[in-house]
Design a protein around this ligand. Structure first.
Ligand code: BG6
Length: 493
């Protein structure tokens, strides 16, 4: 991959939960790609930490296997795995016991001038124990950073507790609350599109935009994550963080700079302006669903309860909702959010629907004039599509048709799109907090989510069933169609 990536200074990165799924599938492959791209110096150290006892060699073998899987058939990349493994070591540690911590601290402090990153890829239940032990061993000094994964708590009270406990050990500017959606290329491109072009910003308001849709659809079910997922559900797992962060990036005012607090202040204002959804309006503005068995991924897929191995559950695997940003820019412009598992396609996109033209000068037979749409595709095929009306070529009268100006980032720039974690992990090393959530943002998001959860809990309804391989319960279609609008359907206009 050709790159303009600047190397960072040598660092130490400790992954708590170093044998887990996230470490093997995302974190280590992301670090490896940055290493292969010569962005990570050879003096850096990557320390996997978990409870089980195993030697460095065994751990490296597991990492090798994960990396081979991640690089697929790319031989040139594969040839660099051995060099990368030189950086990797393993330390058995239990966050709830003293054993091994002295040795671990000694090993870390052997090199004193490295930035130290502690990535807590563990259950949030042990965040507090880990932070406390890091403090006891003097590992929370100025050069230290801690990364915490979502979900940060399961409601406002538990998130506040975690934030208080982590905040007692690390200063806010040492805490990196990761939301990997903010590391996706298209999300960062949203900043470029909005603030590096003059075209869109004058139109970016209620006078010209009819509504916004944000869809994050996955084809997978809950896979091996049932025990976690069943305590979370789609609202906590996806909406509280990823979808609300996307909404903030679309709706925020231009920040004064890309300084982390300038951006996060603007996102926070958006969260504060969201109209509450509670027992009074949840039935009209939200739909929750749970997948049943159905035809999916070219075969047949089991239902959620079968995946979970439980006879019953009221956990939602699908949410659609209508959010309102109550300020001058967005008054009356609904933001429809939708996310679900076992959908027909894996697609994440933000669709900005502009308003209809005020008056048509064209004859009735010229074809329907569709409102313009700007589609920001996060995955797959990251890119931007602007749907415009154009004249169909040739004689035979003036016939109008919607056609897209279509830009795939991979084609336009001729480079493979990096995984979100590649960017975010190196931002942690550099100390750049712009793409990470500040404490007040996380708490403001929970403040908006909690009343929705309460309204659902207090209603006598269960999530509506939908067949695997469909776009969710029909009520989610009704949610948007009641307003005279429809969900964007891929290439259709
Ligand atoms: C995670 C959720 O944060 O995001 C998962 O916990 C979900 O449930 C995943 O599958 C989706 O991420 P991506 O990058 O594959 O869209």
């Amino acid at each position: 991959m050709s790159t303009h990536a600047k190397p960072v200074a040598a660092f130490d990165l400790v992954i708590f939960g170093g044998t887990g799924d996230l470490a093997m599938r995302k974190l280590l492959p992301a670090l490896f790609r940055r290493f292969a791209d010569e962005q990570i110096p050879l003096q850096s150290r990557i320390l996997g930490v978990a409870r089980e006892d195993q030697a460095d060699g065994e751990y490296r073998d597991r990492v090798r296997e994960a990396l081979e899987k991640a690089v697929g058939g790319d031989d040139a990349l594969g040839a660099k795995i051995d060099d990368f493994l030189e950086l990797v070591s393993y330390h058995p540690l239990d966050a709830t016991s003293d054993d091994g911590w002295d040795d671990f601290a000694r090993e870390l402090t052997r090199i004193d001038d490295h930035v130290r990153v502690f990535y807590l890829s563990t259950s949030p239940r042990i965040f507090v124990d880990i932070c406390e032990r890091l403090r006891q061993h003097g590992l929370n000094g100025d050069g230290a950073r801690v990364v915490i994964e979502k979900p940060i708590g399961h409601d406002l009270a538990s998130a506040t507790e975690i934030n208080d406990a982590v905040g007692a050990v690390f200063a806010e500017n040492q805490i990196f609350r990761i939301d990997h959606y903010l590391g996706k290329e298209t999300v960062q491109n949203l900043l470029a599109l909005r603030f590096a072009n003059v075209l869109f910003e004058p139109l970016w308001n209620a006078a010209h935009i009819d509504h916004v849709q944000i869809t994050v659809a996955e084809t997978v079910g809950v896979e091996q994550r049932g025990p976690y997922y069943d305590t979370a559900g789609a609202l906590r797992d996806m909406v509280q963080n990823h979808l609300l962060q996307l909404l903030c990036m679309v709706a925020m005012e231009p920040p004064a700079s890309l300084d982390s607090d300038a951006v996060r202040d603007e996102k926070l204002k958006v969260l504060h302006t969201l109209k509450p959804i509670n027992a009074e309006n949840a039935a009209q503005t939200t739909v929750r669903g749970q997948y049943r068995a159905g035809a999916a991924n070219g075969g047949s897929a089991p239902g959620y309860l079968e995946d979970l191995g439980q006879p019953s559950s009221d956990t939602e695997t699908f949410v659609a909702l209508k959010a309102q940003v109550c300020n001058w820019r967005w008054a009356g412009v609904p933001f429809y959010l939708r996310t679900g598992k076992r959908m027909p396609d894996r697609v994440s996109e933000i669709v900005i629907h502009f308003r209809d033209i005020p008056y048509s000068i064209f004859e009735a037979g010229s074809g329907a004039i569709r409102a313009n749409k700007l589609v920001l595709r996060l995955q797959p095929d990251e890119g931007v599509k602007l749907w415009l009306m154009a004249k169909y070529p040739g004689p035979g009268g003036l016939r109008l048709q919607a056609v897209p100006l279509d830009m795939s980032f991979a084609e336009a720039f001729g480079v493979q799109q990096p995984d979100a974690y590649e960017r975010l992990l190196l931002d942690v090393v550099r100390g750049n907090l712009t793409l990470f959530m500040r404490r007040d943002e996380v708490e403001a998001a929970w403040r908006w989510i909690d009343p929705i959860l309460a309204a659902w809990e207090n209603s006598n309804n269960s999530p509506r069933p939908y067949a695997a391989g469909t776009w969710g319960p029909s009520a989610s279609v009704a949610l948007i169609e009641r307003d005279g609008r429809t969900w964007h359907d891929g290439d259709g206009q």
